[in-house]
Design a protein around this ligand. Sequence first.
Ligand code: KIV
Length: 272
Amino acid sequence: MSTYTEDSRKVTTRRLTEMKARGEKISMLTAYDYTMATLIDQAGMDVILVGDSASNVMAGNITTLPITLDQMIYHGRSVARAVKRALVIVDMPFGTCSGNPIKSLEAAIRIMQETGAEALKIEGGKEIKDDIKKIIDAGIPVMGHLGLMPQSINKFGTYTVRAKEDAEKEKLLEDAHLLQELGCFGIVLEKIPAKLAQQVAEELTIPIIGIGAGSGVDGQVLVMHDMLGINKNFSPRFLRRYADLNSIITNAVQNYISDVKSRDFPNASEQY
Ligand code: KIV
């Protein structure tokens, strides 16, 4: 088995902070099922995120809003069962953390107990600070998520770059400091100017993981289907594709179809 790290110790939230302190970049990728999580973990990924992007790439929804708590728990459990080394984080889905700390804590406890994941990710800042504090106070590690927050797409109305204007930039900086004070162990910054993301990473001691937030942060996260080139319809500037699985899978499936139709498959050695 080859990995890109010589350190086979389990990744913890504490080790992510140590990685930031010594300037080692953090790798993070999404996964939603046992088989892919096994491969990604064996490749040496530091963090595996069971993102609510499952709503898009697994269920075919246009937004992340329809995915339910039960569905996130199903994906989280499948991934956690596979992973030996990476830190496994599960997204709290839309509506489960929105201003009612008791209910938020109940949902958080369900995810932790029923999946075996080690941490949660929550979109939002000041508006849900009481929910985040309640969850952290219960001993559950929380990663924040600021900038473009797909669960708020109906409020934003667009998936374009966030925090370009001064007022939104100030709010993002305040929210980032607040999340650190509340005890979040890290923050994802999505689709914001690289300069602002770097400022956040420099001002905070907790790791800042970017997606479309430039190179001045402490780590990077991508959606697995995008970086493996399974999705061909999604091509934002920040995305680097590391494979063209769309073509590979299509070719393989077409070859199989044609072998079945032509009676080439199965041959004599492929039967009993
Ligand atoms: O759900 C997700 O995949 C995410 C990443 C885009 C960070 O939140």
